[in-house]
Design a protein around this ligand. Structure first.
Ligand code: ZN
Length: 398
């Protein structure tokens, strides 16, 4: 690399050397912005991996090409070499335009300055063996309970569910294979039945009693809750695989609202898009970015310790979609942030698409990436929803 740099210096010093005109014409330029996608691929001859990264700048998106990256489970990297481009990274890239032997055009990365690393996201888990939770199929199917909620006019809630799902599917479309798929609206109770449910609870913020178990009620400070059942067996290659996840929305202690509109009577509004976009993060396998009182120590995807919520004022955490708390009527969690997209890109990258799109059915061979094994031990985990700020219970010890 140093040799090429010297050539370039020579070129600039001797602009009249005609044999180097094409190199001299490829004037370097600086591209500054946030990397929104970065995907490695093999060149046609299989000799090298290059990473194509889309950088979102103030004036539009630019696709740059960097030598090295990850493809098909192999990483190629030069030492020393630039930091590999990652989705969510803020960068200033020095690059030049060049063509390949087939005259295809590329914006080639020369140097890279990292202005900010991607926000660290936190995954749910770990299992007893230390693995994070994940879906095995390329698609996560769910149904919306047909009762919906009476706190929104008409069938507004079903359209809002579609909107929140679309937010996640669109955000990951460029880099991730995972897709949420809505099935028919049906009358469904939550529970481990391999059907993922979104259920509104207008009357009682409890999982109802069964023949041999009483009602199980949740904290009335939680606007939503996601409960996952997952493989928790370190001896299984499926350790961490989610087999069922249900989302419940609290309309008993909150007035479920849409842009401030609600038919509910509780004084504190819980904006459905705000709450549901957050809960769908849990459904995908995302954990909160900071630890509430009583939460165990955790690390983010970069191995950095997750701070306690009481000790952070970092806007990247407190304004995050996956932040643990919301205020009455808040809507800022209805959009996704770079760390959420980085989670999709890294946890479910297109390069590792399992090529399946099926609901979880453990008795059905082929449904899951490693489903020939019998279903191992399962664990039930509640990913507590959101503590509300307006009810004098803000950050109440739990
Ligand atoms: Zn939550």
């Amino acid at each position: 690399m140093a040799w090429f740099r010297r050539v370039l210096v020579l070129t600039l010093a001797m602009p009249f050397v005609t044999s180097l005109t094409s190199v001299a014409a490829a004037a370097p330029r600086t591209i500054e912005g946030t990397v929104i996608t970065a995907a490695g691929r093999w060149t046609a001859d299989g000799s090298r991996i290059v990473t194509d990264a889309t950088v979102r700048t103030a004036t539009g998106d630019v696709v740059v090409s960097q030598l090295g990256g990850t493809a098909d489970g192999l990483t190629m990297r030069s030492f020393p070499g630039p930091e590999p481009l990652l989705a969510g990274m803020q960068v200033a890239v020095a690059a030049h335009d060049d063509t390949d032997l087939s005259l295809g055009k590329h914006v080639v990365v020369d140097h890279l300055r990292v202005l900010a690393m991607p926000e660290g996201f936190v995954r749910t888990g770990p299992t007893k063996a230390g693995n994070s939770l994940f879906w095995e199929s390329g698609c996560v199917f769910f149904v919306v309970d047909s009762d919906g909620t009476k706190e929104l006019p008409g069938d507004t809630e079903f359209a809002l569910v579609d909107q929140a799902v679309e937010t996640w599917n669109t955000a990951g479309a460029a880099c991730s294979y995972i897709t949420l798929k809505k099935g028919a609206v049906a009358s469904k109770e939550v529970g481990k039945d391999y059907t993922n449910v979104i259920k509104f609870r207008d009357a009682s913020w409890c999982r109802p009693a069964t023949k041999d178990d009483p009602a199980r009620c949740y904290s009335d400070a939680a606007a939503g809750i996601t409960t996952a059942v997952y493989v928790d067996d370190g001896g299984s290659s499926r350790d961490g695989a989610i087999v069922d996840a249900d989302v419940e929305i609290n309309g008993a202690d909150f007035a479920i609202s849409n842009q401030g509109v609600t038919l509910g009577t509780q004084p504190c509004k819980s904006d459905l898009l705000n709450t549901l976009t957050h809960e769908l993060g849990h459904l995908h396998g995302l954990e909160h970015p900071c630890r509430a009182a009583g939460d165990p120590a955790r690390v983010n995807d970069s191995g950095q310790p997750v701070p306690t919520c009481s000790q952070t004022t970092d806007p990247k955490i407190v304004d995050a979609t996956m932040y643990n708390f919301q205020d009455c009527g808040e809507t800022k969690k209805a959009t996704l942030e770079p760390d959420d997209i980085a989670f999709l890109c890294k946890t479910y990258p297109k390069a590792e698409d399992p090529g399946t799109c099926a609901a979880v059915e453990p008795s059905q061979p082929g449904c899951c990436s490693a489903s020939t094994e019998p279903l191992p031990a399962l664990a039930l985990a509640g990913m507590t929803g959101i503590l509300l700020g307006c009810r004098r219970r803000r950050r109440a010890a739990r």
